[in-house]
Design a protein. Sequence first.
Length: 370
Amino acid sequence: MTARARGVLGAMAVVVLAAGCTATGTADSTASSPPAATVTPSAPSPARTAQGTLLVADFGSDTVTFVDPQRGPLDSVKVGTAPYGLAVGEDGRAWVATAEGVAVVDTETRENVARIPYTTETAPATTGEYRGGGMGIALAPDGKHVYVGVNVPDEKGVLEVVDTATRKVTDTVPVGRRPFDVDVSRDGGEVYATGHDSFDVTAVRADTLTARRFEVAPYGTEGGLGSWLKPHYAAVRDDGKLLLPFEGEKLAVLDPRTGKVAVEPMTADTHQHGARLTPDGTLLAVGTGPIGARDDDASLTIRTADGKERVVPLDGPHEDVAASRDGRTAYVTGGFTRDGFWDGITVVDLRSGDTHRLPAGHRPLGIAVL
């Protein structure tokens, strides 16, 4: 067992009931409705949304916020309680996983055009990390289906399949507990749901909906629901393998064809959540900050395809990340699923490592570049 694993497991007896991304529970999930987000535009809001605008899910409210990457928030649209992840299609429609259903937003006109209820019972819509409802969400490459991971408190999660033409849920597939992230293979043939509380990735065939479970636990599963050492987000590489960063120490590389998991070293030495690949195959991994006395502060790891890393310090906890189309800029959300979140984005120049903060919504979590 590594020093990290010993330190974290030794501390679990103290933190298991209070920590945010450890066990399932009701912490931070009892509010009946989220606070309304107040967006003060930093510039006149254009009638049509420009390319390159950022869209963030306001996990601490009931909105998504449109953000000018230079000047800050432009506008917000109500979508439903505690929006988590979002995915944007080539047609400009954004699909947003909320506690109540999948919201559909026309990003050009900035209008909520629909909300699709889940077929899975998840209890009344609440807020906070453990709330039921949609978490990870992904769009098929052909745009015909949306896949959303639905958290069912204290039970296994469900992958719901949405037909984008009819805007109805057509199928459901059991997956792991608390599906933080959902990804789709490059050819659209398989969908991957990362189960945070079950140490696994469930691979679902898009045509038959048959499912296979792969354990992804480079530190082992000791501690169960109380463990910090779990998978959070994944990124799908061009060769079909999934990259899952752990603790700034280990990169789990899952081959879904064989189920084998290889582990490569990482250097940030901090708890990690969001993961995203840039167009040239560079992995961006969000370090959320310390979970133990030996951990380093929050950071963004920039890992090239050949495994070389640069670590850019960040000020305070962060959650998810998106990259500009040219791969030169990263946008890291400050929403965070645990305490310590803040209402903004850190903009990172991926060549120089320079950073600056940008206001953005209320506890922004999921993010996309339009």
